[in-house]
Design a protein around this ligand. Sequence first.
Ligand code: ADP
Ligand code: MG
Length: 140
Amino acid sequence: MNVFETHSAEETTDLGRRLARQLKPGGIVLMRGDLGAGKTTMVKGIAEGLQAADAGDVTSPTFTLIHEYRGPEVTLYHIDLYRIDTQRELDTLALDDLMDEKHILLIEWGEKFDRFARERDAEIAMEHLGGDDRRVTFTD
Ligand code: ADP
Ligand code: MG
């Protein structure tokens, strides 16, 4: 487990670039934290770190639910389950079809479903510390 503190959105994106190197393809990374904690901001950095997208092109999949970013080695799927409440709704997303040894699934609000809490390979938890300060806990 690694604990970091960031003091701006830019610092969180920078940290995401560095953490990207520690993410192994083939699995699920749970992105945990309240609304506005900085999960999507972190994904911007991860996407850049994997050369899958420019930070400015990464937006929240709150309504679209799944965004895909293809890098040279790894394809990232950024998924937001905030609006998904039932197993049936989850099934319609067919996330199993996205599982692949060259893919990484970054899931916001994935802990709502036991299965993802159990099967996750790594977890990035973000906490508000007031103002622009955030604590980031990386577990793998
Ligand atoms: P989430 O996906 O967790 O709901 P977002 O990344 O969409 O959160 O939003 C976080 C908001 O907080 C953004 O407006 C971002 O600019 C701002 N922010 C301020 N300080 C930080 C920080 N240290 N880390 C991440 N985001 C920050
Ligand atoms: Mg978000």
